[in-house]
Design a binder for this molecule. Structure first.
Ligand code: ZN
Length: 133
């Protein structure tokens, strides 16, 4: 892992939260993208080298909907950039971490991603991401 890529925040409504974060960060949302496989619409803000990703659920049984029902809106995951996602997945598995997907899958913002089970990471959901080749 070599740098923090973004922080993912679960929100109930992008139409409410995009203007809120534009005002907070003093920068415009540069991209809105639906990730159908995850049941979310994402909105990205760039801050120097890092990003903030807002996630709104499109699926009543989806991960973001469940997260908000259980814990309310707020920080959902922290994402790190990796150079070689498969090598990093192998390294982390060997180190005893539990992956939530056994193959990298397509994420938002032209990335391949993999999540780590929060039970092994102090209850923090960790996302690995690599720019799609
Ligand atoms: Zn993310």
């Amino acid at each position: 892992m070599h740098k923090l890529e973004h922080i993912g925040i679960a929100v109930k409504s992008l139409s409410h939260s995009i203007p809120l974060f534009e005002s907070l960060l003093n920068t415009n949302c540069y991209k809105k993208e639906e990730v159908e496989s995850e049941g979310v619409i994402t909105a990205f803000f760039s801050l120097g080298d890092q990003k903030i990703e807002l996630l709104e659920s499109t699926d009543p049984d989806g991960i973001i909907e469940k997260f908000i029902k259980k814990r309310g809106e707020g920080v959902h995951h922290i994402a790190f950039t990796v150079n070689d996602i498969e090598a990093e997945m192998k390294r982390l598995t060997e180190a005893g971490f539990v992956l939530l997907n056994d193959k990298p899958r397509p994420g938002a913002d032209n990335k391949l991603v993999c999540f780590l089970h929060p039970a092994k990471t102090n209850s923090v959901l960790i996302e690995l991401c690599m720019e799609k080749p």
